[in-house]
Design a protein around this ligand. Structure first.
Ligand SMILES: *[C@@H]1O[C@H](CO)[C@@H](O)[C@H](O)[C@H]1NC(C)=O
Ligand SMILES: *[C@@H]1O[C@H](CO)[C@@H](O)[C@H](O)[C@H]1NC(C)=O
Ligand SMILES: *[C@@H]1O[C@H](CO)[C@@H](O)[C@H](O)[C@H]1NC(C)=O
Ligand SMILES: *[C@@H]1O[C@H](CO)[C@@H](O)[C@H](O)[C@H]1NC(C)=O
Ligand SMILES: *[C@@H]1O[C@H](CO)[C@@H](O)[C@H](O)[C@H]1NC(C)=O
Length: 578
C-alpha cells in the first residue's frame, strides 16, 4: 500500500467513518482474533484499536495496586470490562459471544510500557532493518539475517541492514561477522550491519560493490577486504547513501516492521525521545533524523489503521542560545498530550538544549523556563558524575520561579545519581527513568543505574531501555541486566544494585504510568476494569525461568485495545504474522 504524506487529519476523519461502516458489515468470525493487518484495520473504531476479546484460563498478573492474580480478563470495545476468575460472569458484559482465547495456564501481564526509547528512528531506518538483540553468535546473526530476507520476501537487491541496538560483545566470537559470513547468509541481498551510533560496520560482497561505486553522491566508502567499514565518517557515508534513497513507502514499511517487532517483544506503548537533528552529511549517525518529518510515516501508518502499538512523542530540542528560538516555536505551535489513544504528543526531551549546554547553564535554564511557563513535561538526558547535579539545581531554580511540581519532570538514565540528589528531585515533584543501556558495552564495578538505591528512595521511577542505537529494545534483555547486574560479556558490573523480577516488572508496567502522565496515567500499565485492553502472553514463566533464559522471553500473543496484533499461534492456533 502506498501512503501519501498529506492531510493525515482529513484521512483520519474519513477512515474513522469507514471503520464504523465496516464494523457493522464484518461478521465477528474467528479470523478476527488472528493478528493479520486486515483484522487490525477492522478493529479500528474512531481512530483507535477497540475490539472485543475474552482471555480465559491464564495466570494473569494484573499489576493492580495489590498485585492481584486472575485467570480471566474481558475486553470490550478496547477497554477492560472484567478481571477475575469466572468466564461466565465476564460474558455478561458482552452482547453476543466475544472471541475467546484459552491461555492454557500461560502467564499474561499488562502490555509493557516503555518510558524511554527511540522507536521512531527505528521505523525510519534505511533497508530492511533486522534487530540482532537476540543473537549470541555469528551463526545466530547469519540465521537471523537469512530468516529476515526469506520470511519478509525482501526483493533481490534490497538491503538487509542492522543499524544499532546490539554489540559484538554479545556474540561468543566477540567480533562482527565477516564479508564471507554475510555472503553465506545473504547471497542475493546487500548487507550492512553497524554497531551503535557510528559503527564499526561490516558489509558483504553485494554491499561492498554498491558502497564502493564511484557514482555515489557521498563518494565511495572505504571498505577492508573482510568487509569491515571503520567507525565514524566511513560508516556515516554508508548510512547517508542508504538514507538518500529512502522513500515514504520504505519508511512506512519500516514503521510497520518496528511495530511488529515491538509487539513480538510485548511492548505495547512507547514513549519516544526523539533524534539528533540530521544535517544530511556523513557526520550524521544512527541517532540522527529530521525531527520535523520523521513522525510523518508513523502518522501515515496510524492513518491507514495499521498501527499496532501505541506511540507517545517527546520533542527533542537543542537550541544553543538563550532565546531558544526553535523550542519557542514548538511551544507556540504544538500541544502537550494532543492526539488519541494510539498516538499522542508527550513532552519535551530527552534534550532541551544543545550538547554543550545539556547539563545546565543559561541556555538549559532558558529552555526549562520556557517549558515550565507553557506547562509541558520535560525529560533530560543525564549520564556523567555531575550533570544530574547541575540539571536538578536548574530544575530547583525554575521550580522556585515558576513551579514545576505537577509537571513531572524527569532526569533520565542517571547511572551515577546520589541519594541526596534523588531526595532533592523528589521534593520538587520530579522522577527518574532508568535505562539498562550499560548491558551491551558497560564495565564495572558500578556501571549503574543504581536500581536498588533508586527503588529504595521512593522517588517515582520507571524503566525504559533507551533502544535502538546504544541499547536493545528487547525488554527481557533489560530485565536480565536489572536483575543480575551482568553485561553482555557475562561480567558483574552493577554489584549491590540488582532488583527483583517483581520490582522490574512493576517498573515496566504500573510505575511507568507516572512517567507517561496526562490522559494515559489511569489507562495503561495495569489490568483493571476501565483501563485499555493491552495484554501480553509470555512464552515462558517470567518468575520461574533461569536468569540466563530471561533474555529469551517473548510474547506469543500481544493484544492492544482488545485486538490481537501479534500471534505466534502458540495459544490460538491461527499462527499468523502481520
Ligand atoms: C486450562 O489449561 C490447562 C493447561 O493447558 C488445561 O489442562 C485445562 O483444561 C484448561 N482449563 C480450561 C477450563 O480450559
Ligand atoms: C525503497 O523502496 C524501493 C522501491 O520500493 C526499493 O527499490 C528500495 O530497495 C528501498 N530501499 C530501501 C533502502 O529500503
Ligand atoms: C577486518 O579487517 C580489519 C582491518 O583490515 C580489522 O581491523 C578487523 O578486525 C577485521 N575484522 C574481522 C571481523 O576480522
Ligand atoms: C547554533 O545553532 C545554529 C543553528 O543550528 C547554528 O547555525 C550555529 O552555528 C550554532 N552556533 C554555535 C555557536 O554553535
Ligand atoms: C527516560 O530516560 C530516557 C533517557 O535515558 C529518556 O529518553 C526518556 O524520555 C525518559 N522517559 C521518561 C518517561 O521520562
Amino acid at each position: 500500500m502506498q501512503f501519501k504524506n498529506v492531510s493525515v487529519f482529513l484521512s483520519l476523519v474519513a477512515q474513522s467513518w469507514v471503520a464504523k461502516a465496516a464494523a457493522v458489515t464484518t461478521p465477528n468470525d474467528d479470523t478476527a482474533v488472528c493478528g493479520k493487518l486486515a483484522d487490525v484495520a477492522r478493529s479500528y473504531k474512531s481512530g483507535a484499536l477497540r475490539a472485543d476479546l475474552l482471555l480465559v484460563n491464564g495466570t494473569i498478573h494484573t499489576m493492580d495496586a495489590a498485585e492481584t492474580t486472575a485467570t480471566v480478563v474481558g475486553i470490550k470495545d478496547g477497554s477492560i470490562v472484567y478481571v477475575g476468575d469466572s468466564a461466565a460472569d465476564a460474558r455478561q458484559s458482552f452482547l453476543g459471544s466475544p472471541p475467546t482465547v484459552d491461555l492454557g495456564g500461560r502467564m499474561a501481564i499488562p502490555g509493557l510500557v516503555e518510558s524511554h526509547n527511540h522507536i521512531v528512528l527505528m521505523g525510519n531506518r534505511p533497508g530492511y532493518h533486522t534487530p540482532l538483540e537476540n543473537a549470541y553468535s555469528v551463526a545466530d546473526v547469519q540465521q537471523t539475517l537469512a530468516a529476515r530476507a526469506s520470511r519478509d520476501a525482501v526483493p533481490p537487491g534490497g538491503f538487509v541492514t542492522t543499524i544499532g541496538g546490539f554489540h559484538s560483545n554479545q556474540f561468543s566470537e566477540r567480533r562482527l561477522p565477516t564479508l564471507e559470513e554475510l555472503d553465506a547468509a545473504l547471497p542475493q541481498h546487500p548487507a550492512f550491519v553497524s554497531i551503535g551510533f557510528n559503527g564499526p560496520s561490516v558489509t558483504n560482497s553485494l554491499g561492498k560493490a554498491y558502497f564502493e561505486s564511484a557514482t555515489l553522491a557521498t563518494g565511495p566508502v572505504a571498505i577492508s577486504a573482510n568487509g569491515s567499514i571503520a567507525a565514524g565518517v566511513e560508516t556515516g557515508k554508508a548510512l547517508l547513501t542508504l538514507r538518500q534513497q529512502l522513500t515514504m513507502a520504505n519508511r512506512t514499511r519500516g514503521v510497520r516492521d518496528a511495530m511488529a517487532y515491538a509487539a513480538s517483544m510485548g511492548i505495547t506503548t512507547h514513549l519516544d525521545q526523539g533524534a539528533f537533528q540530521a544535517a544530511g552529511t556523513p557526520a550524521d549517525g544512527a541517532g540522527h533524523e529530521d525531527n520535523y518529518a520523521m513522525h510523518d510515516p508513523w502518522l501515515a501508518v496510524y492513518g491507514a489503521r495499521q498501527g499496532t502499538v501505541r506511540l507517545r512523542i517527546n520533542y527533542l530540542h537543542q537550541d544553543n542560545e538563550t532565546g531558544v528560538p526553535a523550542l519557542t516555536q514548538r511551544l507556540r505551535n504544538a500541544f502537550p498530550f494532543f492526539g488519541g489513544d494510539m498516538v499522542r504528543t508527550g513532552g519535551v526531551g530527552e534534550f532541551i538544549a544543545d550538547l554543550d549546554e545539556y547539563s545546565g547553564g543559561p541556555v538549559f535554564e532558558a529552555a526549562a523556563r520556557a517549558a515550565a511557563r507553557a506547562g509541558w513535561r520535560v525529560e533530560v538526558h543525564s549520564l556523567t558524575a555531575d550533570d544530574f547535579r547541575t540539571q536538578i539545581e536548574a530544575f530547583e531554580k525554575v521550580d522556585a520561579e515558576i513551579g514545576i511540581r505537577d509537571l513531572r519532570w524527569v532526569v533520565a538514565h542517571v547511572p551515577q545519581i546520589t541519594t541526596e540528589y534523588l531526595a532533592r528531585l523528589k521534593k520538587i515533584g520530579g522522577g527518574v527513568n532508568l535505562s539498562s543501556w550499560q548491558y551491551l558495552a558497560g564495565t564495572g564495578p558500578s556501571a549503574g543505574p543504581p536500581y536498588r538505591t533508586i527503588v529504595d528512595s521512593g522517588i517515582p521511577a520507571g524503566v525504559g531501555g533507551d533502544g535502538m542505537q546504544i541499547a536493545p529494545m528487547n525488554p527481557w534483555v533489560q530485565a536480565y541486566y536489572a536483575v543480575t547486574g551482568r553485561n553482555a560479556l557475562g561480567d558483574q558490573i552493577n554489584e549491590g544494585q540488582q532488583i527483583s523480577r517483581r520490582e522490574f516488572l512493576h517498573m515496566y508496567t504500573r510505575a511507568n504510568q507516572w512517567l507517561l502522565g496526562g490522559p494515559d496515567e489511569p489507562l495503561l500499565g495495569a489490568l483493571e476494569v476501565g483501563r485499555l485492553g493491552d495484554v501480553i502472553v509470555l512464552d515462558d514463566d517470567y518468575f520461574g525461568v533461569q536468569d540466563e533464559d530471561l533474555r529469551k522471553l517473548s510474547s506469543v500473543l500481544t493484544v492492544v485495545g482488545g485486538a490481537v496484533v501479534h500471534d505466534t499461534g502458540a495459544v490460538t492456533g491461527c499462527a499468523a504474522s502481520l
